[in-house]
Design a protein around this ligand. Structure first.
Ligand code: CDP
Length: 564
């Protein structure tokens, strides 16, 4: 019998369970996925079926949504993350738009860097007219996305990037200022180290027309930076992606520079490259007796080995929407194993999120996951061969690997609801909240079950507490609760941004791809603080940064996964 929360059941029913040959049960779903993933195995198929099925059924590991939705279907597209090229001509702009529609329709999300497009009002020789510019093309992509549902279930997601030296960067920075604009896009400014140094030294910065390579405008780096911060404070967009940090850590430098990430930022990819993700539910990786709870490292290791094999198999039994995607994905075989339920694990271990102990443990856990993931990928390489572009990678000649990358921390916007745990590495957003948007026109009141269990075990649970939590979503103002319990249950907005960033940084240190995290901020957060957060993110060698100031968008549903 699978234990699923009522939210999980509703979400599965609305979006994941097949309804063609009678209605699938959640158990059927996990069996359908395991049956498909095991087709890649040459021996011990029953054993591997059993392992793949059980890690999902026990909610210990779940692959990204497209795998759960599409595995076993004809032309089942299983990956969540794609990057597509955008060149400075109508042909690639509209070919990529068509390809994005195909990817969205099959459940994936797409990222693009628009920096090669000539600026607005620039010269077009063939028509002697003037050009529309990157932001106008993004609006076209946005509108197309609106009408193509992912696997018939939800709208697609896009990441739009423009580099900090593009002539149209100022227009781009404010392109989401009107909250109705570009709703199907996350936008990020592509930041270089040169720009950050110019900012530090309070120098001028030049904007360049990519068609002519000529300077179109020079302004102070600080002025440009301030306009980014002002907009981010106002709406949460734009975020930043740090292009040099991404490329310094690119294991396939010989293949060129990476210019973009997938929609939520956790996977930097080459043009046409795709990646499939999966996450381990850390809340399930514990050893527990009546008095003591600790991390079950052996179970975690076993789960990592199964998960890495699972994700490598996904590449081999995937359906690729385009030959270009197939070619580069099969050549690099990137996968992204991450985590969910980090905040709930900390609560079970009695460690407040906003503490140095938690940050140290974050490093220890992710280091372990990284090492065991690489070991698992190495063992697969021995049996199945290295990823085909391995000789061109920084791992050659000494370190064999089956996958060019192994780890990503995805937002787990949907799969953490299925697993009934906290999102990725995020603190609890609230102890109780109304969740709208799982299903349209449906509002749910939820109290976090880990919180209820903990309060019961401490003898602190009561009907009065239930009412107070429903009203406030927090226990910080409730009388008669010991201080250390209050600290343990600090929610996202009650935790200083410094700890949000320290957690992101601790996980990033041992994540070869990137970490998707939203730095949730109280409404009262200032311009100066946001500026400091963005600068600290660069200093910490993060690959990207996203903030959200509470209340700054009125349709705030799930601040983590506005795409849901
Ligand atoms: O929980 P789930 O597997 O549905 O996805 P996630 O971890 O929230 O997001 C992982 C990736 O899936 C995102 O970075 C996007 O690339 C993609 N995604 C998407 O294309 N459309 C969505 N509505 C949500 C996610």
């Amino acid at each position: 019998m699978i234990y699923l929360s009522s939210n999980a059941r509703q979400l599965l029913k609305a979006r994941y369970l097949r309804q063609t040959d009678g209605i699938e049960t959640p158990d059927d779903l996990f069996k359908r996925v395991a049956r498909h993933i095991v087709t890649v195995e040459n021996e011990n198929n029953d054993l591997w079926f059993d392992r793949f099925y059980k890690v999902m059924r026990n909610l210990e590991f779940l692959p990204n949504s497209p795998t759960l939705m599409n595995a076993g279907l004809p032309n089942g597209q299983l990956s969540a993350c794609f990057v597509l090229p955008v060149e400075d001509n109508l042909n690639t702009i509209f070919t990529t738009l068509k390809n994005a529609a195909l990817i969205h329709h099959n459940g994936g999300g797409t990222g693009y860097n628009f920096s090669k497009i000539r600026p607005k009002d620039d010269f077009i020789s063939s028509s002697e007219g003037s050009s529309a510019g990157p932001v106008s093309f993004m609006k076209i992509y946005n509108t197309a996305t609106e009408y193509v549902k992912q696997a018939g279930k939800r709208r697609g997601a896009n990441m739009g990037i423009l580099n900090i030296n593009h002539s149209d960067i100022e227009e781009f920075i404010s392109s989401k200022s009107d909250l109705q604009s570009l709703q199907n896009f996350n936008i990020s400014v592509g930041i270089t180290n040169d720009f950050m140094h110019a900012l530090e030294e309070d120098k001028d910065w030049s904007l360049v027309n990519p068609r002519t390579n000529k300077i179109s405008k020079t302004l102070s780096a600080k002025k440009l930076w301030d306009s980014i911060i002002e907009q981010a404070l106002k709406t949460g967009d734009p975020g930043l992606i740090f292009l040099d940090t991404i490329n310094q850590n690119n294991p396939l430098k010989k293949l060129g520079k990476i210019q973009s990430t997938n929609p939520c930022g956790e996977v930097p990819l080459f043009n046409y490259e795709s990646c499939n993700l999966g996450s381990i539910n850390l809340k399930k990786m514990i050893l527990q007796n009546s008095t003591h709870i600790e991390i079950d490292w052996k179970k975690l290791e076993r789960t990592i080995i199964i998960a890495i094999r699972f994700l490598d198999n996904v590449i081999s039994c995937n359906y690729f929407v385009l030959p270009n995607i197939e070619e580069i994905t099969l050549s690099n075989r990137k996968i992204g194993l991450g985590v969910m339920g980090w905040a709930e694990l900390l609560i079970l271990l009695d460690i407040p999120y906003a503490s140095n102990k938690a940050v140290e443990l974050a490093e220890t856990v992710m280091k372990f996951i990284h090492e065991k993931s690489y070991n698992a990928s190495q063992s697969l390489a021995k049996k199945r061969g290295c990823f085909p572009s391995w000789k061109q990678s920084s791992f050659a000649p000494h370190m064999i690997l089956r996958n060019a990358t192994c780890n990503s921390i995805a937002p787990t916007g949907s799969i953490s609801i299925i697993a009934n745990t906290s999102y990725a590495i995020e603190p609890l957003y609230a102890l109780a909240f109304k969740r709208t948007g799982i299903l349209e026109n449906n509002t749910q009141m939820e109290i976090n079950t880990t919180f209820i269990d903990k309060m019961k075990s401490l003898g602190l649970w009561s009907e009065q507490l239930r009412s107070e939590i429903i009203e406030k979503g927090s226990i910080q103002h409730v009388k008669n609760i010991p201080k250390h319990i209050k600290n343990l249950f600090k929610t996202s907005l009650e935790i200083s941004w410094k700890y949000h960033l320290l957690h992101q940084s601790a996980f990033q240190r041992y994540t070869d791809n990137a970490v998707s995290k939203t730095i949730n901020l109280p409404n009262t957060t200032t311009f100066k603080e946001v500026s400091e957060i963005y600068k600290t993110a660069w200093n910490y060698n993060l690959k990207g940064i996203t903030i959200y100031r509470n209340g700054s968008r009125d349709n705030q549903v799930l601040q983590l996964c506005g795409f849901n």
